[in-house]
Design a binder for this molecule. Structure first.
Ligand code: E4P
Length: 244
């Protein structure tokens, strides 16, 4: 299981890359919208420069910002020509029309990270269409089953037999996708995003994610432990006393 950092914030990307524990960067239009307004291409270029500086073989996913198939194809070509990063993946949201785009891009040699997947069938179809990565949204999958404002849509899908209750549990969806990909599309990897706390990271990994992309705000939770602080303090104090 690999860790990616899920942000467009340059300082957080650098903090993670220089510590060597992340193997990639994922961005999306909303993550960009959190950054100071600026030039999109220049911002991605700065991310690529950080990758070159610290982890030259690190993955970079850049999401298109259109639902029009022709525009998606154009943006993908532009990203590839502009950013020239060998490990660049084009993030294309899952959708009926987007499947044809995924096929076309993968046939042309693009690495496609099909994103916004919430169900087993979405991820399976994306992999079958040629996606190199399928991004499953752990937090939002769960939201679909728990948030009251989605109750009617959820119940309609269950009533017509399109989904079952467990399809709204990411701890069911991720292993199911992993099992199907392992048997039919072994070259496609699962990226789990939409992480809501540090425990989701390990849960997603144990569920079968090849990669978990983590918002940098959870890294302190993942690295800190009060018993570690205690024992390191004790070791240093004991040795200091011995040296006296
Ligand atoms: C992956 O890169 C996704 O775009 C991201 O994790 C989505 O997170 P969210 O569901 O919190 O928006």
């Amino acid at each position: 299981m690999k860790l990616f950092v899920d942000t467009a914030r340059l300082a957080d990307i650098e903090d993670a890359l220089k510590r060597g524990f992340v193997r990639g960067v994922t961005t999306n239009p909303s993550l960009f919208a959190k950054e100071p307004k600026g030039n999109f291409n220049e911002h991605i270029g700065k991310i690529v420069e950080l990758i070159k500086q610290y982890q030259p073989d690190a993955h970079l996913s850049v999401e298109v910002f259109s639902k029009d198939p022709q525009e998606i194809l154009r943006q993908a070509e532009t990203f590839q020509e502009t950013f020239k990063h060998p490990q660049l993946s084009i993030k294309v949201p899952i959708g009926w029309d987007e499947l044809e785009v995924i096929r076309k891009l993968s046939r042309k040699g693009f690495s496609v990270n099909c994103t916004c997947n919430m169900s087993v069938s979405q991820a399976l179809m994306a992999a079958a269409a040629g996606a190199s990565f399928v991004s499953l949204f752990w937090g939002r999958i769960s939201d679909g089953g728990t948030k009251k404002n989605f109750a009617q849509q959820k119940n309609e899908l269950i009533k017509k037999g399109a989904m079952k209750e467990e399809d709204f549990d990411p701890a069911y969806v991720v292993p199911a996708v992993r099992s199907l990909l392992d048997s039919s599309y072994p070259d496609t990897q699962i990226i789990v995003g939409s992480i809501r706390n540090g425990t989701d990271v390990i849960a997603a990994g144990l569920a079968g994610a090849h990669i978990v992309t983590v918002p940098p705000k959870f890294f302190p939770d993942m690295i800190l432990h009060f018993k570690t602080d205690e024992v390191v303090g004790q070791f240093l104090k004991d040795f200091e006393n011995w040296l006296k």
